[in-house]
Design a binder for this molecule. Structure first.
Ligand SMILES: Nc1ncnc2c1ncn2[C@@H]1O[C@H](COP(=O)(O)OP(=O)(O)OP(=O)(O)O)[C@@H](O)[C@H]1O
Ligand SMILES: [Mg+2]
Length: 322
């Protein structure tokens, strides 16, 4: 009965079907699936071609040939193409693995209140996942401005900021807040603790906005990590400066951020307490968190693996500690 059909019609339908099979195959998750589906279509096509009724032979044969062709295409492509790999991790994490987590290009920041103040004038900075970077420089050189931009608390006047591979320089305030809550922990001096509230409740604060479950156990674990286990139920007015700073660090860690930004985290602390805070930072960094820390003090900066110096809104040196 095949012979009844115009040979061109056979050729056209077969090649169209094979082509369709070749094109469809990549949409199937695995090569095996493509192969099996193709084989079934070929078998069905041949079966009905052999056993089809005598009426409307021409049309039925075309359908069967198309099925054979489609199946053949799937089998062929199934044999050669790679499987589609669906990564187990989200895109976000995949990008963090491959690219600098913070990538700032030609960032400038002008403030206008009556007069124009240029705080940053074309800063380029790349920070990889797991780095511990100290930012230094004289008062007014733009360190806090840079930290605010990196932390998505402010937007640059111009330039590009890619966070984990995604352009974030011009997000809306609500988009900024979302990224900030997910990826960044802050230890800023102006981020005060709630007064007359216990250490535990202060640390649980970020989870209130995020409906996290199992938060209390995690908070206690973090309190232990920053060495405040014996102060869980102390209120914030019953703590020393160093302890307050540990609470701030614990609070920053609570949402498990990829990045910790700290602006003068040891600003008002004596040198012994400062060393203790640095030990906590080093431990967190060892566990994989990227840390960017502003400090005025050389010995505090020496805890970081890399030191970036700013002057008049520009990076004037960038050194890795040997
Ligand atoms: N909100 C603002 N409005 C206007 N000017 C600002 C504002 N914030 C910062 N500036 C100016 O931008 C420049 C950089 O300020 P920034 O706070 O980044 O400096 P800094 O390096 O952190 O200094 P410090 O070591 O004293 O904290 C300064 O000249 C400052 O006066
Ligand atoms: Mg500052």
């Amino acid at each position: 009965m095949v012979l009844d059909i115009n040979i061109y019609l056979i050729l056209i339908s077969l090649s169209a079907a094979i082509l369709a099979g070749l094109l469809t195959s990549p949409f199937l998750r695995t090569r095996k699936l493509s192969f099996i589906l193709g084989a079934v279509l070929v078998a069905l096509g041949f079966y009905f071609l052999q056993n089809g009724g005598s009426e409307q032979v021409k049309t039925t044969a075309i359908y069967n040939l198309s099925s054979i062709g489609l199946g053949f295409g799937l089998v062929l492509r199934g044999l050669v193409r790679p499987n589609i790999h669906r990564p187990k991790y989200s895109n976000q994490e995949a990008v963090i693995k491959d690219e600098a987590v913070i990538s700032i290009r030609n960032i400038s920041k002008d403030y206008f209140n009556g007069v124009k103040t240029t705080a940053l004038r074309g800063v380029d900075l790349k920070i990889n996942k797991g780095e511990f970077v100290a930012i230094m420089g004289p008062s007014g050189s733009g360190k806090s401005t840079l930290m605010h931009i990196v932390g998505l608390l402010d937007i640059p006047t111009s330039g590009s900021y890619r966070l984990a591979g995604k352009e974030v320089a011009n997000l809306s305030p609500s988009e900024q807040a979302e990224v900030r809550n997910r990826d960044i922990g802050f230890v800023f001096q102006q981020f005060n603790l709630l007064p007359r509230t216990t250490v535990l409740d202060n640390i649980l604060l970020p989870t209130i906005y995020n409906n996290s479950t199992g938060s209390k156990d995690r908070a206690l674990e973090i309190i232990n990590k920053v060495g405040l286990s014996d102060r869980v139920n102390h209120k914030s007015n019953q703590l020393s400066g160093g302890q307050i700073q540990r609470v701030a660090i614990a609070r920053a860690l609570m949402m498990n951020p990829h990045i910790i930004l700290a602006d003068e985290p040891t600003g008002n602390l004596d040198s012994k307490t400062s060393e203790e805070i640095m030990a906590v930072f080093q431990q967190i960094n060892k566990e994989g968190t990227t840390i960017v820390m502003v400090t005025h003090e050389e010995d505090i900066a020496s805890h970081a693996k890399r030191m970036v110096k700013l002057k008049d809104g520009l990076i004037i040196s960038d050194q890795i500690r040997s």
